[in-house]
Design a binder for this molecule. Structure first.
Ligand code: 5MM
Length: 337
């Protein structure tokens, strides 16, 4: 199989009605924060145990078509001795990997951030492929604060995402392109929409400049929301604002848009996704998930690091995945949650 055929097969395996991506790629500091909240120590064994629990949840493959892993996890094994990527495949779930090295301030551009990790990326991807990864993920982060994100910051971040995506496609790995405009702060939903629109425009211009094949990538954007410190918008408003921006900026060639949850509660993220799919009309792409917290939180709190809680945690994950499956099909009703 050549690189193009390999990526076509990956997209076909990942983009299916009613199925989405589980983001389990928290870096060491981020998983540390999640574990601290439940009183679990951030050790390699605890991280292995948690990701083993996620990937071996029986029936998860009905609703989840891909899982984003952290680099370390590609090399870890389930308690029954299978490689974690293999355990994902055993459920029909495509394994992928987060390849960025995290964000730092963008030099000489106060308030803007930039993500690192391009050096040696092609070589790293060859290793990840041997370890079972078929897709990759890279996240750029934009804070709405003061003048940020500045036009220069938006361009610099778009360039990074496009260079990353081009390197992935050059070695047959499907890139998930994740520009996240944070919901932190007290901005209006309109402001979040304006910034998200500017960001997406810049991203797709850059992807075009870098010859990225849009049919062989997945977009992972934020929904358009009011700032966390503001009263919440209702799901119909979120759906309208989100679809307006995406219809203006995302070419029809992109097969799937898989939202991040970005700090919404598990229930909010499902309700908003359902509203988006209800309002979808003739939008050309699949509208699915790549949730981290909104899929994992209820399971994490059921687990609390205790082996005896494993069945309850797996049941919580499966239920969240099922409810989001219904939302992808616009068949969710809040009374179900
Ligand atoms: C925005 O975060 C991504 C989606 O997760 P949520 O649905 O919880 O918002 C997530 O994939 C994120 O990129 C990873 O957890 C890695 O984050 P860090 O900060 O550890 O690089």
């Amino acid at each position: 199989m050549d690189n193009i055929e390999a990526m076509q097969a990956t997209v076909a395996d990942m983009v299916q009605p009613g199925r989405g991506v589980l983001a389990a790629d928290e870096s060491l500091p981020t998983i540390g924060k999640r574990f601290t909240a439940i009183g679990v120590e951030n050790t390699e064994e605890n991280r292995r145990a948690w990701r083993d629990l996620l990937v071996t949840t029986e029936g998860l493959g009905q609703y989840i078509s891909g899982i984003i892993l952290f680099e370390e996890t590609l090399d870890q094994k389930t308690s029954d001795g299978r490689g974690i990527p293999q355990a994902a495949w055993d459920q029909g779930i495509v394994p992928g990997v987060k390849v960025d090295k995290g964000k730092i301030p963008l030099a000489l551009s106060p308030g803007d951030l930039i993500t690192q990790g391009l050096d040696g990326l092609a070589d790293r991807l060859e290793t990840y492929k041997q370890q079972g990864a078929r897709f990759a993920k890279w996240r750029e982060v934009y804070k709405i604060e003061g003048d940020a994100p500045t036009p220069h910051g938006i361009e610099a971040n778009a360039e990074m995402l496009a260079r990353y995506a081009a390197v992935c496609q050059s070695v047959g790995v499907v890139p998930i392109v994740e520009p996240e405009v944070l919901m932190d702060g007290d901005h209006s939903i309109e402001k979040h929409g304006e910034v998200t629109e500017a960001v997406q425009h810049a991203v797709f211009h850059a992807l075009h400049r870098h010859h990225v094949i849009l049919e062989l990538m997945i977009l992972k954007p934020n929904m358009v929301l009011p700032g966390k410190e503001c009263p919440k918008a209702n799901p119909e408003e979120v759906a309208e604002a989100t679809l307006k921006v995406l219809k203006r900026t995302v070419p029809a060639a992109v097969p799937s848009i898989n939202f991040l949850s970005g700090g919404q509660s598990a229930e909010e993220a499902t309700v908003n996704l359902n509203a988006i799919n209800r309002l979808k009309g003739n939008a050309p792409w699949a509208l699915s998930i790549s949730y981290g917290r909104a899929l994992q939180q209820p399971a994490l709190h059921a687990w609390m690091g205790k082996e005896e809680n494993r069945p309850a945690a797996q049941a919580a994950l499966l239920e969240r995945a099922r409810l989001n499956h219904l939302a992808m099909l616009a068949q969710y009703d809040p009374s179900m949650g």
